[in-house]
Design a protein around this ligand. Structure first.
Ligand code: C5P
Length: 227
C-alpha cells in the first residue's frame, strides 16, 4: 500500500512548504482543484523540482463529452504527471475515448475512474444515481476495467469486491482515510489504515489529518511505518 498526500492548503507557499518537509519520503502528492485552479502548472513543476521522485496525481475528476475529455487527457499527459482521474459516470464511451487517445505507451499517466465520491452517504447517492453505492461502484468499476482504465477511486469499503470482480492488478485508490481514527470532517465513509489493508487498497489518500497536523512529518512517518 502506498501513501498519497493531498495538497489542499489555501496557499501555494504552504503546499510547497509541506512538500519540502516531506521531500525525503517515497510518496504520492495529490494536486486537486484548489491548487491547480490557483497555481496551474507551476505547482506541478515546483513539486518535481523539490523531489523528482515524487509521484504526482492530478485530481481534477474530468467529466465532459468524450472528445473534450480526451483533449484534456492529452494536455494532462503533456504535463508529465504520473496519474489523473475521470468520472466513471461520464460513461463507457468517454472512458474508452480517453484511453484510446492516450495510447498504449509506457510513459502515459495512469488513469483512474471515480466510482462514488466518499462524501456521499447512501441516501444522497441514491438520489442522483438511483441505486446503492455498492451496486453502482461495482458496475462503474467493471465498465472502467473493460475499456482499459488502470483503476478506480473508491471508498476503502469497496476495494476488495472491486478487485474480485475485475482483477487484482486493477488499482484502487481510496480517499476518506483517517489513519488512526481522526475526525471524519465532511467525509461520510471513512476508514482507518487497518481497514484499508484488509481491503487490499493500493493507494490511500490522506489530506487534513496530514496537512492540518502540527507536525505533518511525524504523521507521515507514523502512517508509513504502519503500512
Ligand atoms: O482531507 P481529506 O483527507 O478528507 O481529503 C481527501 C482528498 O481526497 C480531498 O482532496 C478530496 O478532494 C479527495 N477526494 C475525495 N473523495 C473522492 C475523490 C477525491 O475525498 N472520491
Amino acid at each position: 500500500m502506498e501513501l498519497c498526500v493531498a495538497l489542499d492548503h489555501e496557499e501555494f507557499s504552504k503546499n510547497i512548504a509541506l512538500a519540502k518537509e516531506l521531500r525525503e519520503f517515497d510518496i504520492w502528492m495529490k494536486v486537486g482543484f484548489r491548487s491547480f485552479l490557483r497555481d496551474g502548472r507551476a505547482i506541478i513543476d515546483e513539486l518535481k523540482s523539490i523531489n523528482p521522485n515524487f509521484k504526482l496525481f492530478l485530481d481534477l475528476k474530468l467529466y465532459d463529452i468524450p472528445n473534450t475529455m480526451a483533449d484534456a487527457a492529452q494536455e494532462i499527459a503533456k504535463m508529465g504527471v504520473d496519474m489523473f482521474n475521470i468520472h466513471a459516470s461520464s460513461g463507457k464511451k468517454a472512458m474508452q475515448t480517453v484511453m484510446e487517445r492516450l495510447g498504449e505507451g509506457d510513459d502515459r499517466p495512469l488513469v483512474l475512474a471515480v466510482t462514488a465520491l466518499t462524501s456521499f452517504d447512501e441516501d444522497s447517492f441514491k438520489e442522483i444515481y438511483g441505486d446503492s453505492i455498492d451496486a453502482k461502484a461495482a458496475q462503474f468499476a467493471k465498465e472502467a476495467y473493460r475499456v482499459g482504465v488502470d483503476g478506480v477511486v473508491c471508498s476503502a469499503f469497496e476495494s476488495r469486491d472491486i478487485k474480485l470482480s475485475t482483477n487484482d492488478s486493477f488499482l484502487t485508490l481510496t480517499p476518506g482515510i483517517r489513519p488512526f481514527g481522526e475526525s471524519s470532517d465532511d467525509q461520510k465513509r471513512v476508514a482507518d489504515l487497518n481497514l484499508a489493508k484488509e481491503q487490499s487498497v493500493d493507494i490511500i489518500v490522506v489530506g487534513r489529518p496530514i496537512y492540518k497536523a502540527d507536525k505533518p512529518r511525524e504523521v507521515v512517518e507514523r502512517i508509513l511505518s504502519n503500512l
